[in-house]
Design a protein around this ligand. Structure first.
Ligand SMILES: [Zn+2]
Length: 230
């Protein structure tokens, strides 16, 4: 109980700081802390974990919901305006899917962009196979993993222009993508000519070139994305 109160006093959000601690709030936090095997005790620099513990009555059900939400398949949908171009795709086993990943256990989101590649494989603890990425959460120490589902990788075609289309799905076991940054490594081809365009970089969300065969400009514009549950 002391630990819980200490961690709560470090919770620095101004609207909460001056409130007295309701007893049920402390009890709920303590029950929650008890129930979370593997959750590291609050330490300096772990305010965020304390804040999650301190959400108050009902935090237990929210916690369970968050864990469930972090499991299962999540699809990455792309939308772009294509000009005289088709078959925009993530090319090769070494294509880097730059993502920000959230821990489904404690809600921590990685600060830096991390990338997943089809070619990568890391073992899961206890001989439970492997995953594209296995990562221990810096905040709560939970071992989480995520897989790229290779058979779900799809090209974005001329007829998809200006519509959202799922171009890849991830199998999430504790690591959930919450943001995506397209960078280098895309390929596409001329819609009529089939002229190949390789190593397209979409970091600026716009790309253009010139198709020598058709004497037309080609381009990919206003690249956006969203995530969907599959
Ligand atoms: Zn975590």
């Amino acid at each position: 109980m002391c630990n819980v109160e200490n961690s709560a006093s470090r919770f620095s959000s101004p609207p909460h700081r001056h409130l007295p601690l309701p007893a049920r709030w402390v009890v709920a936090a303590a029950i929650l802390a008890e129930g979370r095997r593997g959750f590291a005790p609050a330490q300096p620099g772990r305010e965020r974990g304390a804040a999650i513990l301190a959400e108050g009555t009902g935090a237990g059900s929210r916690e369970r919901h968050r864990i469930r939400a972090a499991m299962g398949r999540i699809g990455l949908q792309l939308r772009a305006t294509l000009e005289n171009i088709t078959r925009l795709r993530a090319e090769g086993e070494d294509f880097r899917w730059y993502l920000k990943l959230k821990c489904g256990n404690c809600g921590e989101v990685s600060e830096k962009w991390q990338y997943l590649r089809l070619m990568d494989s890391a073992p899961l603890k206890g001989g439970r196979g492997s995953a594209t990425m296995v990562q221990k959460c810096k905040l709560c120490s939970r071992e989480n993993s995520i897989d790229i589902l290779s058979q779900t990788i799809k090209p974005y075609n001329a007829e998809d222009s200006e519509k959202f289309k799922t171009i890849v799905e991830f199998e999430c076991r504790g690591l959930e993508p919450v943001d995506f940054q397209p960078q280098a490594g895309f390929a596409a081809e001329g819609a009529e000519s089939g002229t190949p365009f390789n190593d397209i970089n979409l970091l600026e969300k716009d790309w253009n070139d010139y198709d020598e065969k058709t004497k037309e400009s080609v381009g990919i514009y206003e690249v956006t994305h969203k995530f969907v549950k599959c």
